[in-house]
Design a binder for this molecule. Structure first.
Ligand SMILES: C[S@@+](CC[C@H](N)C(=O)[O-])C[C@H]1O[C@@H](n2cnc3c(N)ncnc32)[C@H](O)[C@@H]1O
Length: 317
């Protein structure tokens, strides 16, 4: 299988500095000749480092739903026979991987969220600091765009996206203001509408939260994260690891609970004798966060949380 991404006419790929690079790669690799998955290839920063640690029999599949990421990563990594890029959504991990790899994977890396490139490229519509079309789709595979969420969702649905996915308290006022100002065509227009109703002291935070909420809705990020957690157990071998870097509490809660219990309630089931029967166990007791030096060089890393877990023998989903 060799699904090379198509070559796009691209200007520049805005450089993405990989977050918690050493900590994540060290936590991931347990066998230098094993098979690994980078589920969030991006610019290939983590993948390149993983390949440095693998032997000549090691293999790496790099998944991303974004053509621009696949192209940038492929040129960053160069021609390496151990590396195969795959276009797709990691939520469908088991169908993206060849069946003979199921149960053979030694480690899966997930560096969640958006890349610096996606944020900085105004045309992608992720940023309230750049004026662009209301898009926010990470790949061209996902259904709705930010335009539809902003212009077509009814009041309750829009308010809930802003409240639950953006964790923004002024969700009601913001949803009402958006509806009153429809149609809203660009990120700049959305930014002005939101700014006109939020508390000025927290304006930037509120904008970030509203944009985050819409982005999570557009890309169904939490559903896909839950899917990839469950599908990981199908493809990992016993002792294989999942390494997840999350950037906000909604993601981190899903990862933490699943790593503890193998479910999203975080409640460990027990057998008849009271022994825990989770299919997975955390490797690091404490969450790993970036050191001060990393945050000063790369402020985008400031909210990162790294967790590592291991599939237990017999822990197939
Ligand atoms: C934070 S960036 C990864 C950066 C990468 N680790 C690096 O060092 O260059 C996240 C990437 O994951 C991709 N992504 C996010 N959710 C995805 C999903 N559900 N399926 C596939 N790719 C996804 C995004 O398109 C983006 O390119």
């Amino acid at each position: 299988m060799n699904r090379k991404p198509m070559v796009l006419e691209m200007t520049t790929y805005h450089q993405h500095i990989p977050v918690l690079l050493n900590e994540s790669v060290e936590g991931l690799i347990t066998d230098k000749d094993g098979l690994y998955i980078d589920g969030t290839l991006g610019g290939g920063g983590h993948s390149k480092e993983i390949l440095k640690h693998l032997g000549e029999n090691g293999r790496l599949y790099g998944i991303d739903q974004d053509d621009e990421a696949l192209e940038a990563a492929s040129s960053n990594i160069g021609d390496d026979p151990r590396f195969t890029p795959i276009k797709g959504n990691f939520g469908y991990l088991s169908t993206l991987l060849p069946p003979q790899t199921h149960g053979q994977v030694a480690g899966i890396l997930l560096d969640l969220g958006v890349s610096t490139h996606q944020i900085k490229e105004a045309e992608r519509g992720f940023s309230f600091q750049e004026d662009g079309p209301l898009d926010m789709r990470m790949g061209n595979l996902s259904g709705v765009s930010a335009y539809q969420v902003v212009n077509e969702y009814e009041y309750e649905k829009l308010r809930d996206v802003i409240f639950h996915y953006g964790e923004e308290k002024q969700s009601r006022q913001i949803a009402r203001a958006i509806i009153e100002n429809r149609p809203i065509e660009t990120t700049g227009e959305l930014q002005s509408v939101v700014s006109s109703v939020v508390n000025k002291r927290f304006e930037v935070k509120s904008l970030a939260r509203v944009f985050q909420g819409i982005r999570i809705e557009v890309n169904r990020e939490l559903d896909m994260l839950k899917r990839v957690m469950e599908e990981s157990l199908e493809v990992l071998k016993p002792g294989g690891r999942i390494v997840a870097i999350s950037y906000h509490s909604l993601e981190d809660r899903i990862v933490k609970r699943f790593f503890k219990a193998g479910n999203f309630e975080g409640k460990v089931e027990k057998d008849f004798y009271g022994n825990p029967i989770s299919p997975i166990k955390p490797v690091n007791k404490q969450v790993i966060t970036p050191k001060k030096e990393e945050v000063s060089v790369n402020p985008a890393s400031r909210s990162a949380k790294l967790r590592i877990a291991e599939k237990i023998e017999g822990g197939d989903s």
